[in-house]
Design a protein around this ligand. Sequence first.
Ligand SMILES: *Cc1c(COP(=O)(O)O)cnc(C)c1O
Length: 295
Amino acid sequence: MSIIHKEGLEKQFIFNLKECNTTGFNDPLNEDVYSPSKGLIHRYPDRVLLTITNRCFAYCRFCFRKKNWSHFPGFDLSGAVKYISDHKEIREVLISGGDPFTLNIKHLESILKNIRNIKHIEVIRIGTRVLTSNPITVTHDYVGIIKNYKPIWIVAHINHPDEITPEFADAAEKIVNSGIPILSQTVLLNGINNDKKTLKRLFCKLAGMGIKPYYLFGCDQAVGNRHFRVSIDEALEIMRSLRCNISGICMPAFAFDLPNGGGKVVLEPETIVSRQNGRYILKNFEGRRYIYEDV
Ligand SMILES: *Cc1c(COP(=O)(O)O)cnc(C)c1O
């Protein structure tokens, strides 16, 4: 891979002394509190997150699960699978890690099979860094196995347009052609991608490959992440500028995870200027104000 020399990109993966600022949390999302069974996090009503490995292709310095990096237990998921089977309100299983695609394909397939066998699970979602950080894993044979467990959605973690290599494009095309939709998630990172031009280039390139930008996340408050964080004001200004410049299919939602297990919150640049007796003053994408009479 040729990305390592790119200024901005390398900062995602290489240790920086600023990480010695140890403000922040070991488990910023309080995931341990919402874990009914090993590897499983049940925070939202209809979906669960299943972490199946701590191994990853990337080990980003701002990872909010970096407390897990030092140990690679064999994950026994039987408790998690039983919990999901017993909870009929769960419609979707989000498989993450680490990176699920670091598992050998037979192992990953056995997990997909176990989940697909649960009648009330409608959708499987897989969060991965494979497209940016090890795209050659994604062979036709590999995709041929995964697609047997559709409906599957893949969510690719990518933070910078220069992470889109020809290998990335090849792998994405194989996945999309097999009928598996791809979404992207991006972390807003100070000094790496916190400018409109970079993000515009990223999101438009992704949409051009059939990948829908899904979330732009504020960087979680994990220990050592302080220097990567971008203020909410700056994030919303970037979102406002993108919204008036690029197509809706290129636009992710800006969200971050509240500390103490509050869950995700989505923030939008303000469009309501005032509201009184059903009479709204709204701001359009150009910043112009309009009166809108509500029903
Ligand atoms: C982010 C997350 C999800 C998925 O949330 P969506 O808004 O559906 O993308 C599910 N469970 C946990 C624990 C999460 O952190």
